[in-house]
Unconditional design. Structure first.
Length: 443
């Protein structure tokens, strides 16, 4: 059941600027906001759900007497007391300065990258929203994708509101300017290729990317938002609860599209074969894992009460869900199509078995095994850099293997193995990125 909420707005100049931003980057959102009978797609496809608006939402606060320990909610509201860390038992902070400079500075870092992920998602959806591929899909699927992209834009509005509503309280002695204002200006001017998380610097190649991306990348976002509903900073806790309700729709849309690709591939009557779906899955799975940050990190944010789990804990839960609810379900669907009367668990799919790539495959940050020649099953291969690149071209999407991002990867990989020995440079590692439990949030 959706969380009860109150609508809020940024200061008028920012409210207008954000709405202009959405009109410029994603004008298709108007198909969701029209209310004339002939073109009211929202009423047609999402009846019963509050109509999309480019504004902020904050979840109601409950009385704190019987909060669900897993969601921090009671009757849909958010829990008003800090549940873990050094401030456990205190009322959640409403002013970022209340918990000191380190707390406020970390919040700004988190909101910065969170905002980047929202903008990046909108820009990536631009590639496919008017494509022939999408226009050939059922009207409901088209409306779903437009809704997802528009709500990612609303999530940017929410991030900016969190920075704007406490505008004067981000300033500390030693800061030459206002970190909150600086972050807002940065977010509203950033472009693809400048995002801190590489998953958002890749231009999608086709509609298959859109489905697999929402299935895997937006699922990382669901874990992020779930953890931040516990945040010791009340405006964040209330904001994330509303964003989480929308993120469930995003992941559901992606998973539905992914399974449709699997079924079409198994029937051999779709646009993409199973091998193409697998290659696309391999790519986005590697990027999804890197959004969790260094698996050794996250404890600082637990101590501060900002997030509820370490990176390792969050990533393990994510892996379990992808393994059991995505990959296993994909193979069950393939088996039911190949042998409708057989037991899906006993059907030998052979080369058509859909697999979960190993966590060490195609990694460039966040773990020790970065820029190592691991195959998709986790086997370390004895290959030169150029030989490994040829191998990657057999297990990643064809369009990606001629992309700028892949060229960057190859350049960094060659640097790491210069003179035949692995020489990992510090700037290629990600030691400060605490991902799900630290400074770099997941989408």
């Amino acid at each position: 059941m959706p969380v009860p909420y109150t609508k809020i707005e940024c200061t008028k100049p920012l409210h207008q600027r954000l709405n202009h931003w959405l009109d410029n980057f994603f004008p298709e959102h108007v198909t969701l906001t029209r209310s004339d009978q002939k073109s009211d797609n929202w009423r047609k496809f999402f009846k019963g759900t509050p109509r999309f608006e480019m504004t902020g939402k904050i979840a109601d606060v409950n009385d704190g007497s019987k909060a669900d320990p897993l969601t921090g909610r009671q009757h849909g509201g958010v829990y008003p007391y800090i549940q873990f860390g050094m401030y456990e038992g205190q009322e959640k902070f409403t002013n970022p300065r209340d918990a000191g400079y380190n707390f406020a500075d970390r919040l700004v870092q988190i909101l910065d990258v969170q905002g980047q992920t929202e903008i990046g998602s909108v820009q990536q959806h631009r590639v496919t929203v008017n494509s022939d591929e999408l226009l050939s899909m059922p009207p409901k699927v088209q409306a779903d994708i437009i809704r997802v992209a528009a709500e990612e834009g609303r999530h940017l509005y929410q991030v900016v509101w969190m920075l704007d509503s406490q505008r004067d309280n981000w300033v500390w002695t030693g800061h030459a300017s206002n970190p909150g204002e600086d972050t807002i200006d940065k977010l509203l001017n950033i472009q693809m290729g400048e995002y801190r998380l590489e998953a958002f610097n890749i231009k999608w190649g086709n509609i298959l990317d859109a489905g697999v991306y929402m299935c895997l990348i937006d699922l990382v976002g669901k874990y992020q938002l779930e953890m931040q509903t516990f945040s010791s900073y009340l405006p964040m806790s209330r904001s994330m609860a509303c964003m989480l309700d929308e993120e469930f729709f995003h992941t559901g849309t992606g998973r539905g599209m992914f399974f449709s690709y699997i079924e079409q591939g198994a029937k051999e009557n779709g646009r993409y074969c199973l091998n193409e779906v697998q290659r696309t899955f391999n790519l986005w799975f590697a990027y999804a894992l890197e959004m969790f940050g260094d698996i050794r990190g996250g404890q600082t944010n637990i101590t501060l009460g900002i997030k509820a789990k370490t990176n390792y804990e969050a990533q393990n839960e994510y892996l379990h869900e992808v393994r059991t609810q995505v990959v296993r379900s994909a193979n069950r669907r393939i088996a039911q199509i190949r042998e409708p009367k057989g037991d899906p668990s006993k059907v030998d799919l052979g080369e058509d078995t859909f697999y979960l790539p190993d966590t060490k495959f195609f990694r460039r940050q966040s773990i020790e095994e970065i820029f190592e020649p691991y195959d998709v099953h986790g086997r370390l291969m004895k290959l030169t850099p150029e030989e490994y690149f040829k191998y990657l071209a057999t297990v990643l999407p064809e369009y990606y293997c001629i992309s700028e991002d892949f060229e960057r990867y190859k350049s960094h990989y060659r640097d790491a193995w210069k003179d035949g020995a692995k020489q990992i440079k510090k700037h290629l590692e990600f030691p400060e990125a605490e991902g799900a439990g630290g400074a770099v949030p997941m989408k």
